[in-house]
Design a protein around this ligand. Structure first.
Ligand SMILES: C[S@@+](CC[C@H](N)C(=O)[O-])C[C@H]1O[C@@H](n2cnc3c(N)ncnc32)[C@H](O)[C@@H]1O
Length: 295
């Protein structure tokens, strides 16, 4: 990018409103959508202001040091570094999560898995259920479930040591470290006992599509994205491992891409011939979460 576009030269006192506008215009000029919101988030991160304080202080003068810092963060954003990696955090299910480039940035659509997990717990009147979050990454699903089901015992697996370190930070941050057991290994393999509910947002992007993803997404860990051939390989292995790790009457919830519905039904049916197989839709009305309910 042309660094000169957002220089404050000669340095003159600028208000927070003026700095926010400059950053927003610069981001917009580099085709970053939601530029106004992103400028606000970057400035709030630097100033450590919540939203209310940010808007109350728009007329305040910003120090030269903070302007310099804002410009350097804007440069990083223009180079396609995801906003969440710059600020080191992302909100998920109403909770703040630490994120680093070692983990996938939790997505809004994945909140559906948590909704369905909580529904399972209520329907089965089993607030003290055992839940396994497979491929936990930042721990977003495991922590959200543990926070919302205070009697649930949660297991969270990942094959990435770096990801498990971030999940550990997040389980401590939200006070649920005593009810989330972190396990390193391949999918369900590290579970020593079957559980009542298996939840997973596995890597499900087809390997051949990875080079076409937006640069921001390509800066996330390939291990978190690459689902192999047609994006179905990890889902299939997870389903193959599941019969030995699920209690009778248990359920499996897996996030998928909408076009994977037919193949997922077939794979689930192969492992659980008598199960009910249904899909829960995302905000666009597309099937996003397969629900395999055993009897
Ligand atoms: C799509 S990310 C999901 C992260 C998090 N659960 C979320 O929803 O934000 C998939 C995660 O699965 C992990 N993973 C990939 N292959 C795995 C395997 N064979 N066994 C265990 N974890 C795996 C990755 O390291 C990554 O953290």
């Amino acid at each position: 990018m042309g660094g000169d576009e957002i220089q404050n030269d000669p340095p003159i006192p600028l208000t927070l409103r003026q700095v926010a506008l400059r950053i927003s215009e610069t981001l917009e000029g580099h085709s970053i959508s939601d530029s106004t919101l992103e400028a606000e988030v970057l400035l709030r991160h630097i100033l450590r202001y919540d939203r209310a304080r940010f808007y109350a202080c728009l007329g305040e003068t910003v120090s030269a040091q903070n302007i310099e810092c804002a410009l350097s963060l804007a440069e990083r954003r223009i180079s396609h570094e995801p906003l969440a990696y710059i600020t080191g955090q992302r909100e998920f299910y109403g909770l703040d999560f630490c994120v680093t480039p070692a983990v996938l940035i939790p997505r809004q659509e994945t909140e559906l898995l948590v909704d369905e997990a909580l529904r399972f717990a209520v329907e089965d009147s089993e607030a003290n259920i055992s839940v396994a979050d497979i491929g936990t990454g930042s721990g977003a699903i495991a922590v959200s479930v543990a926070v919302n089901l205070p009697s649930a015992q949660v297991y969270a697996t990942d094959c990435s040591t770096e990801a498990l370190e971030i999940a550990n930070l997040n389980r401590c941050k939200h006070g649920v470290a005593d009810r989330i057991t972190l396990l390193k290994g391949d999918l369900l393999a590290p579970l020593s006992l079957p559980v009542d509910l298996i939840v997973s947002n596995p890597p499900y992007i087809s390997s051949d599509l990875l080079p076409q993803l937006a640069p921001e997404v390509r800066s996330e860990p390939p291990l978190a994205l690459d689902g192999g051939n047609e994006g179905l390989e990890v889902i299939n292995r997870l389903l193959e491992q599941a019969p030995a790790k699920l209690n009778a009457g248990g359920s499996i919830l897996i996030e998928i891409s909408p076009e994977q519905t037919a193949a997922t039904t077939e794979m689930a049916r192969a492992q659980f011939p008598n199960a009910d197989i249904a899909y829960s839709a995302d905000l666009l009305g597309l099937p996003r979460c397969v629900i395999v309910s055993t009897k």
